[in-house]
Design a protein around this ligand. Structure first.
Ligand SMILES: [Mn+2]
Length: 367
């Protein structure tokens, strides 16, 4: 049994559960090595205190489960069959009367929850596997960090493709297309999220996307991108100048944001509280007079999902520990002027942190 699954089963035992139902397909991958987004079909991992786990999937996925190396029971259903009846039958073979359930309260839909409750009317669902799993995923193993380092190298090549694509008249969306085409040609078939390229004033919307508008010389261009390397994500942001003529104001935003990012990244230490790290970056931006334009947390954790628990933000007193992986991404977004964000994701080491991405962060002009 892999270490993740062993620890899940230990939790099931410690909580004195009869069964845990893992429904989130990213977390199923974390525990089984099998990844599939089943969309409307049903996939579930069922873990018992004293019996082997069961992976239940659409019948068309059974061979893929075996190919992924899953060594335990796998059961499937055809599209016209009733999945929760089959799930109930399979569970009863292992536990005659499962009363105490653990479920992922962040994930399990009301539809699936009611289907389980219909099969097991006496069952109770107090134990929240979501909270347990987020704690388990907090510290990455060396193998997980190696997978994220590879994802980081992919992201560095994606930046290079994006910078090379910049030319007068090209649109934000065309630059995204060039980045993703370059990645797909080298075999990276999935970005970790929709690639963001925003130029000039567009970048002042931190949750905006690429538009079909031409990038003009003299604009700052923000690239926020990442790749999915066999389930492990990268995520990084660079803001570069396209051509000459970037305004002094926009250049100042970059200078302040860079100082905040570099200072925070250099300050990471095990034992430091997450909120202290946020404050180090925020104080620099505040002192420069742009505090109101840094309108989000400093960072988020990352792993098999781009955004994991916990956040690097005010109010989070959790101590940083070696193996934690998170972003350090201050941003300054001044409407009508420009937006700047600079981001590396890092893993905490015994003495500090190491970034997953290495594309230079200093102010760079791309002609
Ligand atoms: Mn990020």
């Amino acid at each position: 049994m892999n270490d993740h699954l062993t620890r899940l089963q230990a939790w099931v035992q410690a909580q004195q559960l009869d069964v845990a139902y893992i429904s989130n397909y990213t977390n199923i991958n974390y525990f089984t090595g099998f990844f599939s987004d089943p969309e409307e079909r049903i996939t579930g991992l069922f873990v018992f205190p004293d019996a082997e786990p069961l992976l239940f999937v659409p019948a068309l996925s059974i061979e893929a489960v075996k190919k992924a190396g899953w060594p335990y029971a796998v059961a499937g259903y055809l599209d016209h069959e009733a999945p929760f009846t089959l799930i109930a039958d399979a569970i009863k073979q292992r536990v005659a009367q499962p009363l105490k359930w653990g479920i992922e309260k962040d994930d399990l839909s009301v539809f699936k929850f009611e289907a389980i409750r219909q099969q097991f009317p006496q069952a109770t669902f107090a134990a929240d596997a979501s909270r347990f799993i987020e704690g388990l995923q907090l510290i990455k193993t060396p193998a997980e960090i190696a997978a994220m380092e590879e994802a980081g190298r992919q992201a560095d090549r994606a930046f290079a493709a994006g910078f090379a694509a910049l030319k007068a008249g090209i649109t934000e969306q065309e630059v995204v297309a060039e980045i993703e085409y370059a990645m797909m040609k080298e075999g990276v078939m999935h970005m970790s999220f929709d690639t963001i390229v925003q130029a000039g004033e567009d970048a002042a919307d931190p949750h905006g996307g690429p538009e079909q508008v031409a990038i003009k010389p003299g604009e700052l261009v923000l690239f926020d991108l990442g790749t999915n390397n066999h389930g492990y994500m990268s995520d990084a942001t660079r803001t570069v100048a396209f051509g000459q003529g970037v305004s002094a104001k926009a250049q100042e935003l970059h200078k302040v944001c860079l100082e905040a990012q570099l200072t925070a990244q250099a300050a990471v230490r095990p034992g430091m509280r997450a909120e202290e790290l946020d404050k180090i970056a925020r104080d620099i931006i505040d002192r420069a007079g742009y505090g109101e334009y840094f309108n989000h947390r400093l960072g988020h954790s990352i792993g098999m999902s781009t955004h994991e628990f916990p956040s690097i933000m005010a109010g989070n007193q959790m101590a940083l520990q070696p193996g934690m992986c998170f972003s350090i991404e201050p941003g300054i977004y001044v409407p009508g002027v420009a937006g700047v964000r600079i981001e590396d994701c890092v893993h905490v080491t015994e003495t500090g942190c190491e970034p997953f991405t290495h594309t230079p962060k200093a102010y760079t002009v791309i002609d």
